[in-house]
Design a protein around this ligand. Structure first.
Ligand code: HMG
Length: 373
């Protein structure tokens, strides 16, 4: 029985900072960010958004015909807004799903969404009449004037997992785990503690331990920054051409690191920009989460996948965003950081636009109230 991704949804915030503006403000050569790190833009969350609104936006369109058979939500994030209540609880309500749904928040740095996807595939294998909604929603925030500042981003991915999937059959992976201190965010800290160079070595070393050495038409990578694709590709036993690697990172270079969703953003780039026919082709997928776990698995794109992937709409989502100035970036990220420290919060409407379908209305003694517009 085939199991895998029936539909995939995606959300990126409306605002972004051009890396040229960040480079000028930090006194860094623009080429370091645009060529060395490979980032051209970085997505920025507005004060009306959080990981919950992004997850709702990513999932909303893809679940409309399947509300009755979704009985599980697995929300992968490392940007949790609560230590006890799952962000999926809020998402579940706003999506209008029934009460007989299990909800879990899953965490293992950027790897959790892949782990959740594999568990969801096993679940529908034994309960073929059910579908699982796997969500990833994250804000990568490293703090002002840090080396990681050039590798930030925000966004969400939704994967509807079922038997007989229309988009991609998911195959079992090979994984490796080790206790590493390359990147972690202890509960006392708003920003991660990162050893950037070590993290790149850990990422690459785990890739080499799980790489099956198969000549896939494409291999998609977890992309903490776009040029990580080039480093990862060099580490493969059978590397892709430069032209193909560039395709795997096209969305990533305009959005930045969305942590759990980054690998799936790379897959979306391939689905949108690949020049070759992808039906029945198998694509390699390398997932890495600091701390650390690396998994290599593959997906086989299904015949007729175009019926569930709207290329034009995906490109428009990226193209219709709005650049903000460096001072607005400072304002937005200061608001983001302070929001999570407040007991009560009402967002400024200054950043409201018709782009948002769901917003955070207020935080009331830590409880979050959302609103559909
Ligand atoms: P850095 O140390 O400031 O940068 O930060 P650098 O000095 O290494 O330069 C970067 C690249 O730009 C180098 O190329 C330079 O040569 C080049 P490379 O040697 O890497 O090929 N460069 C230039 N190129 C053209 N023109 C120029 C120029 N100047 C320099 N003028 C670093 C880079 C990525 C370390 C930093 O941004 C960072 O710490 N980021 C966060 C950590 C990270 O992304 N790690 C990646 C692997 S870990 C992972 O993927 C997990 C993660 O997603 C978290 C999770 O799992 O939850 C992060």
């Amino acid at each position: 029985m085939k199991v895998g991704i029936d539909k995939m949804g995606f959300y990126v915030p409306k605002f972004y900072l051009d890396m040229e503006d960040l480079a000028h403000a930090r006194g860094v050569e623009v080429d370091k960010y645009k060529i060395g790190i490979g980032q051209h833009q970085t997505a920025l969350l507005s004060p009306l958004e959080d990981i919950v609104t992004m997850a709702i936006e990513a999932a909303y369109d893809i679940i409309q015909d399947d509300k009755d058979c979704i009985d599980t939500i697995l929300l992968a994030t490392e940007s949790a807004v609560d230590f006890s209540k799952s962000a999926g609880n809020y998402v579940h309500k706003m999506l209008g799903l029934g009460t007989h749904v299990r909800i879990l928040e899953v965490k293992q740095a950027c790897y959790a969404a892949t782990g959740a996807l594999q568990l969801a595939c096993d679940y529908v294998r034994i309960q073929p009449d059910k579908k699982v909604l796997v969500l990833s929603s994250d804000v990568a925030w490293y703090g002002f004037d840090t080396p990681g500042e050039a590798t930030q981003g925000a966004g969400a991915i939704a994967l509807l997992v079922s038997v007989n999937p229309r988009l991609a059959e998911v195959h079992k992976g090979t994984f490796v785990t080790e206790d590493l201190a390359d990147f972690y965010r202890p509960t006392y800290s708003e920003i991660p503690i990162v050893d950037g160079k070590l993290s790149i070595r850990c990422y690459t070393s785990m890739l080499q331990q799980v790489d099956p050495g198969i000549d896939y038409v494409y291999t998609c990578f977890h992309l903490p920054f776009a040029s990580m694709a080039d480093k990862a590709n060099k580490a493969l036993q059978i590397p892709l051409s430069k032209e193909k690697v560039d395709i795997t990172k096209r969305f990533g270079m305009m959005i930045g690191n969305i942590y759990n969703g980054s690998l799936f953003l790379s897959l979306l780039s391939v689905l949108v920009y690949a020049k070759e026919e992808l039906s029945n082709q198998t694509i390699g997928m390398y997932s890495y989460g600091s701390g650390a776990i690396g998994e290599f698995f593959s997906v086989t794109i299904q015949d007729g996948f175009e019926s569930v992937v709207n290329r034009r709409q995906l490109i428009e989502k990226i193209e219709h965003r709005q650049a903000v100035s460096f001072s607005s970036y400072e304002e937005l990220m200061t608001l983001f950081a302070s929001k999570e420290r407040l007991e009560n919060f009402v967002p400024t409407m200054k950043y409201l636009s018709d782009y948002n379908r769901f917003v955070i209305a207020k935080i009331d003694r830590g409880n979050r109230i959302y609103q559909a517009l």
